[in-house]
Design a binder for this molecule. Sequence first.
Ligand code: AMP
Ligand code: ZN
Length: 469
Amino acid sequence: MIKLHNSLSRKKEIFKPITEGIVKMYACGPTVYDYAHIGNFRTYIMEDVLRRILKYNDLSVLYVQNITDVGHLVGDGDTGEDKMEKGAKAAGKTAWEIAKFFTEEYLKDSHKLNILDPNVSARATDHIADQIAMVKKLEELGFAYKISDGIYFDTSKSKNYGEIAQLDKEGLREGARVEKNPEKRNETDFALWKFSPKDKKRQMEWNSPWGVGFPGWHIECSAMSTKYLGETFDVHAGGVDLLPVHHTNEIAQNEAVFGHKTINYWVHGAFLLVNGGRMGKSLGNAYTLVDLEKRGFDPLVFRYFVFSASYRQPLNFTWQAMEGASRSYENIIQKISDILEEPLTVDKNYLAIEYVNKFKELINNDMALPEALSILWEIIKDKAVPNKIKINTIANFDEVLGLSLIEKAVTKKGEGFNIPEEVIALSKERELARSNKDWKKSDEIRKKIIDMGFEIKDTDAGTKVSLIK
Ligand code: AMP
Ligand code: ZN
């Protein structure tokens, strides 16, 4: 049983997917006008862990994340420059060039943090027609109106506008942080389609039934999530700042088009802070993963650091805290490497089941990672658990933690024991194939492993991988 805090009810709820065994999940991705900062990555790591926990529970997850490469304006509202065009100007490049560059950088950093790639990574600019179609639908249904700078959503027509944020009208107005626009019918109304300015040409603009322009920021997530996941899906995640405006508006759009509730669980991650305040690109106090690497930190130390607090609690970033996390992470790797025995045995049935149960109970309890880490420490220190069982149990935990614990320990052990991560991954895959009695696949994987210079033996104690001598 998985329990998850749902921002809709503000309670921890028992998680039940719409279709048994399958979870459809969407998360708001980066706006690619600059490097993602480590605050953003705290949220992406939380989403990655949630996805891994769902998989760990034998659910198959269809995970979609968007890439915002147009329409996100500087003020998060409907005024100000487009972040992409502003970023491009600052870099002396085109908006298309910086979108490509920062999307690649984002993926590189995600990989360094062991964040698994989404099943679908959807770019806003690849889905302009879908967004126009949704705005058209909203217009047909009477939710949209035109003013001089664009097509707007009439929030007074929405049944429960702002329910998720549980803010009164004042709060929503404040949350919206929009400059007053006297043409709008309600202060909380937001742009669905913005017209290109008459006096200058935008780099990113498209024809539409209403005139040349670009989509509003919120419509991309509604259009792309429902395109790939259907009109009702299970989980939508993001950082807590998105709740009062972006997610409130996504809900308003979806429910207007489909006439019913469309997303069952909303999961919001708390902020990474610096000196007790928000870390933000625009505040000039944002560190990137490369900044951390320049100071000598392994990116996975940051992933480990993120696990030191519940995802719902703000976490303060300091270099001192990173030093502490680094020592602790190194210590774990050292201890694992001390108990590694050659040949490495990979067997998913070779587990300390009481530890696995405790670990599972904690991660399934609204992702209690600090507590789950203490179980990791407990088993590492437990002298009563045989080494092979310990190693396999740690490898099992790492399916969720994604800290490359075994791979790093193997590397640390030295040359003679250097089984590459790829070979370990392949042997895990082969184990799975064998347990599914897929002998053809298992043989294919064995051949691949041999081609890479390793031999693989199936013994009573499990599968053993070693270097061909
Ligand atoms: P953005 O690129 O600004 O659209 O943000 C991408 C993601 O990072 C969103 O889910 C935000 O909620 C999240 N985010 C932004 N700043 C922080 C922060 N300081 N800590 C944690 N998450 C953040
Ligand atoms: Zn979004």
